[in-house]
Ligand binder design. Sequence first.
Ligand SMILES: [Zn+2]
Length: 298
Amino acid sequence: MTEHLNQAAEGPDVQSIPGRREPHSSAGLPGPDKGGIIFEVTGIISTGELQGGMWLARSSSPETVDGGASGEEGGVLLERLAAAGPLLAVVAHPDDESFGLGAVLAALGAAGGEVRVLCFTHGEASTLGAREDLGRLREEELQAAAVRLGLVGVSLYDFPDGGLATLEDKELDDVLEDHVAGVASLVAFEPLGVTGHPDHVAATSAAWRAARRHGLAVLEWGVAPAVAEQLNAELGTAFSPLEGPGSVELTVDRAVQRQAISCHASQAGDNVVLQRRLALSVDRERVRLREPAEPRRS
Ligand SMILES: [Zn+2]
């Protein structure tokens, strides 16, 4: 059922191992104890594309950023993270890595970072593009987006879309345990899930538990307070702002992110919220690095 994953649109060497809820492994990635298809995207670094996603240090003064640091500090932050070692982004749905984290992940890659994505669900319950085999389609979309973002690996699981918050912590924790070896930093949505989606909260919570177990730093992504306020007022959404000490505003080039977004055609086509958020955010992204409270690297 996953033969298509062996055929990379952009020429990378892609390995896919079919099967659901069966222990298996692929080169470079440990096999999951449960749940899902795992595929690895390798050899896909395209500097031409990645250059479009390079972060650019802001030249404005720090006081122009409410509650945060200047873009220069943000640029240094990403460089430091990229140099520190492999990064693992932990998300709930295919498209979270692009619609949400896309500009940041592209910037980390452009800074030399080795970025992998762990996605817990196939996003099969989305009301956008609803169809019987939506999960399968979104798997393909995620793979294509991974190529655009320059990811070195993606692990896609098959936990229920819309049901992550109902699972025992251990189910997600066991998955994280299969992927944190050698990882220097995690990347996740901010703790309230950015959009308020319970799956986002659950994914970030799982990332945080892994961070505490292994003494990993977590780079949180969110939206600026003004953007959240505007979106919620205009569209009735429930965006939570990322603000307060430690929040940093980055200036990003969204070229790579937009390419990755276009790969998620089933979700991007009529997505008014996404388009409005990108318009309001312009070339800014908001992140915050949380250092591990109890370093216990293992
Ligand atoms: Zn999502």
